[in-house]
Write a protein that binds this ligand. Structure first.
Ligand code: GLN
Length: 197
């Protein structure tokens, strides 16, 4: 059974645990570097990226995640988690002085969908999920925009409103929305398979 952690400093932790269990994983919360030991994958949830970066700093959890990822642990960053896994943040002032995970060759901008669209729901066509002809419901909450893809290994699995919203780079998966807030767990299934493979 794949062992999957959920970064549990802040944000939508319980919903990811539930979705991952439903997708067949053995799940545990991660708050300290030692808890990364033996994990096949880690979900970095949505919430507030600045709060997570701040809470992770005293135990240097972000560089520990980066190192475990370099050693093979898969990572799935959603919303704030995407901001933490992106290699570059366009408006990084609020994150200045805090370590992030990085590794995903994209530039993101925080809270970039504007006032009217600050939160919205849509349905996506996502390639490479099970039954991908069936659309995936997606809830965006003060979501980051992927402004630019800077590496040739980044695959775009879904787009919405002219921007990539699900991307994959090797053993790194990221979504700009909250896949854990609907009953549709196909993206979690995709991640559990990626982590196990
Ligand atoms: N706006 C949040 C941030 O910058 C992300 C929002 C979310 O994760 N729902 O971290």
């Amino acid at each position: 059974t794949p062992q999957i952690g959920v970064l549990a400093l802040q944000g939508a932790v319980a919903e990811h645990e539930q979705a991952l269990s439903a997708a067949g994983a053995q799940v545990r919360k991660v708050r300290r570097p030692a808890e990364l030991e033996g994990l096949d994958g880690l979900v970095v949830p949505g919430g507030e990226s600045t709060a997570m970066a701040r809470l992770a700093a005293p135990v240097r959890l972000m560089p520990a995640i980066r190192q475990r990822h370099e050693e093979g642990m898969a990572v799935f960053g959603t919303c704030a988690g995407l901001i933490l896994t992106a290699d570059a943040v366009a408006d990084a002032e609020a994150l200045t002085g805090f370590e992030r995970i990085g590794g995903l060759d994209v530039v993101v901008r925080r809270n970039a969908y504007g006032n009217q669209l600050a939160s919205f729901e849509t349905e996506l066509e996502v390639s490479s999920i099970p039954e991908s002809e069936r659309r995936l419901p997606a809830v965006f909450i003060r979501a980051p925009i992927i402004e630019e893809i800077t590496g040739s290994e980044v695959e775009v699995l879904a787009e919405a409103a002219g921007h990539p919203v699900v991307v994959r780079q090797g053993r790194l998966l990221a979504a700009s929305f909250h896949p854990e807030l609907t009953g549709d767990h196909r993206l979690h299934e995709h991640f559990v398979q990626l982590a196990a493979g």
